[in-house]
Design a protein around this ligand. Structure first.
Ligand SMILES: Nc1ncnc2c1ncn2[C@@H]1O[C@H](COP(=O)(O)OS(=O)(=O)O)[C@@H](OP(=O)(O)O)[C@H]1O
Ligand SMILES: Nc1ncnc2c1ncn2[C@@H]1O[C@H](COP(=O)(O)OP(=O)(O)O)[C@@H](O)[C@H]1O
Length: 200
């Protein structure tokens, strides 16, 4: 490989985890636009942050507006978008922080390579399972209306695919479960993983 020889640093991820007092990993929210990824991610981050967990959120606002602003929504661009995000998430995990990532990540193969880059032991998948009809009714950003009118092409759920995960660590049905309860379930799951690793 092009003469790149990794340097060994004295301070390790384990040292950083010890200093911060908890394990680090990635919580990956996947779901349609308007399913509730950002809403849930925001609330989960706030709850954990208030308990002293070092967190960092990655989502469209801080990634597609900067690092990935040269990318659109073709299949190739979505893959490159997610590849870069996974690499960044992995670096943040190495820094000792909990990453909260919210991306549509529409295909099973997308989520598989993201998981592969991050590492299976550091990846928790949350499937925000909201039916397309509900997302479309919410139409938080008015994008479904534009997609139906043909003003946006390749819109996930309309003329681009979303493959629902078959096995997620956590599944949230936002049309059936109270928001607070969903947040509680996710936080409880993450607390266990943060604690288990802390005692290792
Ligand atoms: N064509 C098309 N399809 C889907 N979504 C679109 C599209 N164009 C713009 N948007 C807006 O971009 C947000 C999704 O970006 P992601 O980086 O999460 O997508 S992906 O994982 O690369 O598929 C998504 O944000 P969320 O609504 O928060 O999911 C949309 O607001
Ligand atoms: N149980 C729920 N979980 C998450 N969002 C919900 C829920 N019920 C209603 N909503 C609403 O659905 C919308 C989801 O938007 P958002 O979080 O931006 O979705 P996404 O990030 O997936 O595009 C918000 O207006 C939110 O208030």
């Amino acid at each position: 490989m092009n003469n790149i020889i990794p340097h060994t640093f004295h301070v390790t991820r384990e040292d950083r985890n010890k200093l911060k007092g908890h394990a680090s990993f990635v919580v990956w929210f996947t779901g349609l636009s308007g399913s509730g990824k950002s809403t849930l991610a925001n609330m989960v981050e706030k709850r954990l942050f208030e308990k002293g967990v070092h967190t960092f959120s990655l989502d469209g606002d801080n990634v597609r507006g900067g690092l990935n602003k040269n990318l659109g929504f073709s299949r190739e661009d979505r893959e490159e978008n997610l590849r870069r995000i996974a690499e960044v998430a992995k670096l943040i995990v190495d820094s000792g922080s909990l990453v909260i990532a919210s991306f549509i990540s529409p295909l099973a193969s997308d989520r598989a390579f993201v998981k592969d880059i991050i590492g299976v032991q550091d990846f928790v998948e949350v499937f925000v399972n909201t039916p397309l009809e509900i997302c479309e009714q919410r139409d938080v950003k008015g994008l479904y209306k534009k997609a139906r009118a043909g003003e946006i092409k390749n819109f996930t759920g309309i003329d681009a695919p979303y493959e629902a995960p078959r096995f997620s660590d956590i599944e949230v049905k936002t049309d059936l479960e109270d928001l607070e309860l969903s947040v509680e379930r996710i936080v409880n799951y993450l607390n266990t993983k943060l604690e288990i690793n802390r005692n290792e």
